[in-house]
Ligand binder design. Structure first.
Ligand SMILES: [Zn+2]
Length: 497
């Protein structure tokens, strides 16, 4: 039984609440069963002595395979960045022990920041294996986080993911891309069978599966429909990167004669299970389609600024009724899993969209995106993102002496604009204290760091080798990015020009 009594908390029950409530929280078997002052029960007790207790944060978009690449790159546009992140000519196999370590360091960072849930869109370079899937899911299970895992694997030839590229590549590079190892739809569906059978519902329900096509232009219509079928059958989130960059807007027109939002809508796969990642270069018609579909949008503002993608039209999407959640995206494009940074950036960046300042996002809306938007996108049976009777006991305890609360005028603005994660003392997931006084309880973090230190020279050498491979291709990618940038698409999501 995962029973726990949290005593003497100052609780922020949800994004809807303005004030803290002084109370105790009784948890039975991972579920909040009572919230009241002066509770007593013969169970494990965590006396937080007036500290601030909030719902655990939900990181709605992460790629854990980027965890070893933190800080390896300067700012680059996505299409050039991906040459380093997922080298298209790579060969070999991923070592499950390394995959586990890579996953654990990201999960450790998140738990210590009060992030209790994560949606990981994991890619595999170059191919997916059951062992690598097991390594990721097993790591999340062991460290104690709530995690939803999808397999973000393209199945088309590299040059087909972009406009113009096939025409400008020299024939030998084109052939090298055609011959590079890549997954098939059948192979990926077998991997999904493994993921769902072995891991969906594991860890008392903490671990779950999702499906991912990576992006519609990186898959085939038949594969997209097959993933949609899996999503419907098992009620799984369907991750799909759409219109992250201007180049992708141009690609939609060049390849499909329409925007990529219209493309997935016409394929019949855009529904309330879809998590549209980024949604920056959407036009008004796309926004209306999204609003009618029930799909959620994952907003990753730090990554979007880092890769020069542009600014997502937050207010237009909200006006259309599109649920928004927040993510960090990747340790090589954020360069952290610190959702607090994405929270603050989301809280301030939309002011540069101009217009009526009454329509800039408020702290309450940003927290609602993290907690309620994250809950909706994860599609779990448990209520996440609220401290209420019957909800999952996923909580973060913040030191009330933290700088963000000196003085405390408004808890929601303090969390969005002032807290950066340094105040997090304890993290509770599914009723278990997984971080106590800033230390992981289920994994030896000193050993974890020692393993990483040993691997560091190899990781640095690999980063250098990656650069050599990417530099061979970069001139062609620079050309297609420039060509797309120069194309008039009727609107812009860049600012300051
Ligand atoms: Zn992503």
């Amino acid at each position: 039984m995962r029973d726990l009594l949290i005593r003497n908390g100052n609780l922020l029950l949800s994004a809807d609440h303005e004030n803290l409530l002084r109370a105790d929280v009784l948890i039975r078997d991972g579920v909040i069963v009572q919230i009241a002052p002066e509770l007593s029960a013969d169970v494990e007790t965590l006396d937080v002595a007036g500290d601030i207790v909030i719902p655990g944060l939900i990181n709605a978009h992460v790629h854990s395979p980027g965890n070893f690449m933190r800080g390896t790159l300067e700012g680059l546009p996505l299409e050039v960045f991906m040459l380093y992140e997922v080298p298209p000519l790579a060969s070999g196999r991923e070592d499950p022990a390394r995959v586990r370590l890579r996953t654990l360091i990201g999960a450790a960072e998140m738990l210590k920041l009060g992030i209790t849930s994560v949606m990981d869109d994991a890619f595999f370079v170059p191919l997916t294996t059951p062992e690598a899937i097991d390594a990721i899911a097993g790591a999340y299970d062991d460290i104690g986080i709530r995690a939803t895992l999808a397999l973000d694997q393209p199945i088309v030839v590299e040059y087909d993911k972009y406009p113009f590229l096939k025409d400008i590549l020299p024939p030998d590079l084109r052939r090298t891309m055609e011959d590079a190892p890549r997954e098939t739809a059948e192979g990926m569906l077998a991997h999904y069978d493994h993921l769902i059978r072995e891991w969906h519902g594991a860890g008392q329900g903490r671990i779950a599966a999702a499906v991912s096509c990576s992006a519609p232009q990186r898959a085939t219509p038949d594969y997209l429909r097959a993933l949609h079928g899996l999503s419907q059958t098992h009620d799984l989130p369907f991750f799909c990167h759409i219109l992250e960059t201007k180049l992708q807007r141009v690609l939609g027109i060049e390849k499909f004669g329409m925007s990529l939002i219209r493309y997935v809508d016409q394929l019949g796969i855009l529904d309330e299970r879809m998590l549209v990642i980024h949604s920056i270069w959407v036009d008004d018609e796309d926004i209306a389609i999204l609003g009618a579909s029930g799909a959620s949008v994952a907003h990753n503002p730090v990554c979007n600024l880092r890769l020069g993608s542009g600014v997502m039209p937050f207010r237009k999407l909200r006006d259309a009724g599109v649920p928004i959640c927040l993510g960090t995206d990747e340790a090589v494009s954020d360069d952290s899993h610190n959702l607090w940074g994405a929270i603050k950036t989301a809280g301030v960046v939309h002011a540069i969209s101009g217009g009526d300042y009454a329509r800039w996002p408020k702290a309450q809306e940003i927290l609602a995106a993290v907690w309620d938007g994250g809950h909706r996108a994860m599609r779990r049976p448990q209520r996440l993102g609220r401290i209420e009777t019957g909800a999952a006991a996923d909580l973060a305890v913040l030191d009330a002496r933290g700088a963000a609360f000196q003085p405390l005028h408004d808890i929601r603005r303090a969390l969005v604009l002032a807290e950066a994660g340094a105040s997090v003392r304890h993290t509770v997931v599914d009723g278990l204290v997984v971080v106590r006084d800033g230390r992981l309880t289920r994994i030896d973090e000193d050993l974890l760091r020692a393993d990483l230190r040993r691997l560091e020279p190899q990781l640095r050498a690999e980063a250098v080798a990656l650069r050599a491979g990417a530099e061979q291709l970069e001139p062609y990618y620079r050309q297609i990015v420039a060509r797309a940038a120069a194309t008039d698409v009727g609107f812009s999501r860049w600012v300051g020009q």
